[in-house]
Design a protein around this ligand. Structure first.
Ligand SMILES: [Zn+2]
Length: 277
C-alpha cells in the first residue's frame, strides 16, 4: 500500500492527539533534580529511525559515592520496554528520586537508568512501539527498530556488570522475576523479591508465564528479550523483575523501588564475596 505523505502525517497527528501519557512529564522531576546534582545527570539518546521518525530514549546517569580501592560496578536499569507497563517507568523514576535524597544507597555504583525504553508505546499506552513492534523480542536479531539499535549500542559500549529490566504482568497476581547470566544472580533476586513483598504478594505458582517457576524465580526467558550482548564474557548479572499489573500502581512503583534498592545492596555484597573466594 502506498501512503501519501499528507495522509501519513495526519495519521501521525491523530495518534499524537490520542496520546494518553507524556514521556516528558514522567521524567521531568528527574531532569529537575539533575540540574543541581553532583550525582545525577541527564544524557538522553536520540536516533532517526528507518521510517524517518526521530526517537528519543531518556537516559539518566547516577554516580554513587566511591569506596577506596574498589572499582565501580556498572548497572543498567531498563523500564518501560512495554509501553503499557507504567509502573516500570515510574518505579525507575522513584529509584532516582530516592537516590537523590540518599546517594549512599548507590555507593560503589555507576547506574545508567533508561526509564522509558519504548517512548512511543508509553505515550500511546500500548505494549508495542508505534511501529507495531514488541521491542522486547527484538534484541540481538538485527532489528531495525531505532529504540533497539540505541539500546544495543549502549549494551555493547557500556558492557554492564549487571542488567535489570522492570516489567509488570497483567496475568500474574504477585511479584516474580527471571534470572540469567551470572550464576549468583538468583541470590540477588531472592532478597529483592522478599523486600518488595512488604508491599505486594509474591507469586509462588509452580508455573508462571508458561515457565517453570521456583518461589517466584524463573531460570529461562523468551528469545529476543533485552540481555547483555551475546559475546559479552564473563556474563553479567541479569534480572527481570515483574510486578502484578492489576495491583494498585502506587504499590507496584514502591515494589520496583524496593527491589532495585535491595538489588544494589545484594549485588555489591555478592560480587565482593565472589571475588574473595
Ligand atoms: Zn513487559
Amino acid at each position: 500500500m502506498i501512503v501519501k505523505p499528507d495522509s501519513s502525517s495526519s495519521i501521525h497527528l491523530a495518534r499524537r492527539l490520542r496520546e494518553r501519557r507524556s514521556v516528558r512529564e514522567s521524567i521531568r522531576p528527574i531532569e529537575e533534580l539533575a540540574r543541581g546534582s553532583q550525582h545525577l545527570f541527564t544524557a538522553h539518546l536520540e536516533l532517526t529511525g528507518h521510517l524517518g521518525e526521530r526517537v528519543t530514549v531518556p537516559r539518566f546517569l547516577f554516580a554513587g559515592p566511591g569506596s577506596a580501592g574498589a572499582s565501580f560496578l556498572r548497572l543498567g536499569i531498563f523500564g518501560g520496554l512495554h509501553g503499557d507497563e507504567e509502573a516500570s517507568v515510574l518505579g525507575a523514576v522513584a529509584l532516582l528520586e530516592h537516590l537523590h535524597r540518599d546517594p549512599e544507597i548507590a555507593r560503589g555504583y555507576e547506574l545508567v537508568v533508561y526509564p522509558v525504553c519504548n517512548p512511543t508505546g508509553y505515550a500511546d499506552d500500548t505494549r508495542w512501539s508505534r511501529n507495531g513492534v514488541d521491542l522486547n523480542r527484538q534484541f540481538w536479531r538485527d532489528s531495525a527498530e531505532p529504540e533497539v539499535i540505541l539500546l544495543e549500542r549502549q549494551l555493547v559500549n557500556l558492557a554492564f556488570d549487571g542488567i535489570v529490566a522492570l516489567h509488570s504482568d497483567d496475568h500474574s497476581a504477585g511479584l516474580y522475576g527471571f534470572v540469567k547470566g551470572h550464576a549468583l544472580t538468583r541470590h540477588v533476586l531472592e532478597p529483592a523479591l522478599a523486600r518488595a513483598a512488604a508491599v505486594l504478594p509474591r507469586n509462588f505458582d509452580k508455573s508462571i508465564d508458561n515457565f517453570h517457576a521456583n518461589e517466584g524465580i524463573i531460570e529461562a526467558g523468551y528469545p529476543g528479550v533485552l540481555t547483555a550482548p551475546p559475546a559479552q564474557y564473563p556474563r553479567p548479572l541479569e534480572i527481570v523483575f515483574e510486578t502484578p499489573q492489576l495491583a494498585p500502581i502506587a504499590r507496584q512503583i514502591e515494589a520496583h523501588r524496593l527491589a532495585l534498592e535491595e538489588i544494589l545492596l545484594r549485588f555489591r555484597a555478592t560480587i565482593s564475596e565472589a571475588q574473595s573466594i
